[in-house]
Design a protein around this ligand. Structure first.
Ligand SMILES: Nc1c(NC[C@H](O)[C@H](O)[C@H](O)CO)[nH]c(=O)[nH]c1=O
Ligand SMILES: CC(=O)[C@@H](O)COP(=O)(O)O
Length: 140
C-alpha cells in the first residue's frame, strides 16, 4: 500500500469533484492511501507537487485540474506550462499522473471528467500507480 497526494486546481468545482471521484476510486481499488490538497490553478500544481515531494511523505502524486480555453493566449500558457512542470518532475523520478484537462469547452470537460465516461481522473491515478511501480522496479 502506498501513499498518494492528489493535488487539485479547483477552478471548476463540479468538474473537479468528478475527476477526484474517479481518481479516488482507482486508488481505492488497489488499496492505496491518499490525501487531497487544493491550489488556486493548474499553474500552481507542479510547484505544490515539488514542495510535497520534498517532504518524503508521499510515494506518488495525481494532478487534477481543468483548463478551459478563454479569449487569450493564457490557455496555452496554463495548459503547456502545467504539463511541462509535471513532465520535468516526472523525469526527475517523481511518480506522477497528469489529470489536468485542457479543453475547448465545458461539454468536452464533462465527458472527460465523468468516471462513467472517459474517467481522466481515474486514468491519471492509474498512471501514477504505474509510475510508482516502475520506480520501485528500477530502485529509483
Ligand atoms: N484559466 C484557468 C486557470 N488560470 C489560473 C492559473 O492556473 C494560475 O492559477 C494563475 O495564472 C495564477 O498563477 N487555471 C486553471 O486551473 N484552469 C483555468 O481554466
Ligand atoms: C485558460 C484560461 O486561462 C482562461 O480561462 C482565461 O480566460 P481568458 O483567456 O479569456 O482571460
Amino acid at each position: 500500500m502506498a501513499k498518494f497526494l492528489i493535488v487539485e486546481a479547483r477552478f471548476y468545482d463540479h468538474l473537479n469533484d468528478l475527476l477526484i471521484e474517479g481518481a479516488k476510486a482507482a486508488l481505492d481499488e488497489q488499496g492505496h492511501r491518499y490525501e487531497v490538497v487544493t491550489v488556486p490553478g493548474a499553474l500552481e500544481i507542479p510547484g505544490a507537487v515539488a514542495m510535497a515531494a520534498e517532504t518524503g511523505r508521499y510515494d506518488g502524486f495525481v494532478a487534477i485540474g481543468v483548463v478551459i480555453r478563454g479569449e487569450t493566449y493564457h490557455f496555452e500558457v496554463v495548459s503547456n506550462e502545467s504539463a511541462r512542470g509535471l513532465m520535468a518532475l516526472s523525469m526527475d523520478g517523481i511518480a506522477i499522473g497528469n489529470g489536468i484537462l485542457t479543453v475547448e469547452n465545458e461539454e468536452q470537460a464533462l465527458v472527460r471528467a465523468r468516471p462513467d465516461q472517459k474517467d481522466k481522473g481515474g486514468e491519471a491515478a492509474k498512471a501514477a500507480i504505474a509510475m510508482l511501480a516502475l520506480r520501485d522496479r528500477f530502485g529509483a
